[in-house]
Design a protein around this ligand. Structure first.
Ligand code: DGL
Length: 277
């Protein structure tokens, strides 16, 4: 792979693959490096300091490996680390490099979905506690347009990380949080899967909610938003290598990543271990 010009995609573990998959579909021409910090996942219940520190290490490693642009394909990292990395760290590391998150594009897309404005945000504890979604929604649409209900689903990431996507136990925990969410707001007509791991549970979620409720996954939204970004930033686009290569790295065992990551991507993948701290 030509060095210095790839697109990096980062997540605490496998979840970001749901974003990478859709990015590759929309923008197949570029070279990508995926990095999953599986050894330290999940991030969802960790402190601001820990998530910022871990994400910073991952971003630096991706730059070192040749990325010019990094997508934090993780809501928790986007909520807790993106702003500080963009404003404080990037100018010192290299002002020509960029780091983008998944929250802003997801919020921008909201207006296309809900009819009655009642929206449920399902996310990790960290994302919910950060208030990033309500804050961004208010910034973009004001206070009146949407009625937002947030709920943390701490059991969902471990289920997905362990490839437990169906069966009695998984059904129990999927139903548990959905029941809780609809109890908080029975008028919901839209649910945002605001954690990149959750789309893997979408088939189950779809079976357990009323048919009129729309489920928003982030993959295609982030992919379209990246496409738009590259159109608006030709100075970045021109620097990106176009070899159609995808490389996978994990901070944990490569063989395990290849198995579970292959399920996420729907094809066999080759992964390498990388040390980032
Ligand atoms: N996939 C990540 C997100 O979108 C976080 C999962 C975790 O590590 O808890 O928030």
């Amino acid at each position: 792979m030509k060095q210095g010009e790839c697109i990096g995609v980062f997540d605490s573990g496998y979840g970001g693959l749901t974003i990478l998959k859709e990015i590759i579909q929309v923008l197949p021409q570029y070279d990508y490096i995926y990095l999953g910090d599986n050894a330290r996942a999940p991030y969802g219940s960790r402190s601001f300091e820990a998530v910022y520190h871990y994400t910073g290490e991952a971003v630096r490693k991706l730059f070192e490996m040749g990325c010019r642009l990094v997508i934090l394909a993780c809501n928790t990292a986007s909520a807790k680390a993106l702003r500080t990395i963009q404003q404080v760290d990037l100018p010192l590391i290299d002002p020509h490099k960029r780091v983008l998150g998944v929250i802003r594009p997801s919020v921008e897309a909201l207006a296309d979905y809900s009819k009655n404005g009642h929206i449920g945000i399902l996310a990790t504890r960290g994302t919910v506690a950060s208030g990033s979604y309500p804050i961004e929604i208010e910034k973009l649409f004001g206070m009146e347009k949407f009625h937002i209900t947030q709920l943390a689903c701490p059991m969902w990431v471990p289920l997905v990380e362990n490839n437990e996507l169906s069966g009695e136990g998984t059904e129990y925990f999927v139903r548990k949080y959905l029941d809780e969410l609809f109890l908080m707001d029975p008028l919901l007509d839209t649910i945002v899967l605001a954690c990149t791991h959750y789309p893997l549970l979408r088939p189950l979620i779809g079976q357990m909610i009323p048919g009129y409720v729309r489920i928003i996954g982030q993959g295609h939204i982030v992919a379209d938003s990246l496409k738009d970004y590259l159109l608006r930033h030709p100075e970045m686009e021109i620097c990106l290598s176009k070899g159609r290569n995808v490389s996978y790295y994990t901070t944990d065992k490569a063989e395990i990543f290849e198995q579970t990551g292959g399920v996420f991507m729907g094809e066999r993948i080759k992964c390498r271990h990388v040390q980032i701290c």
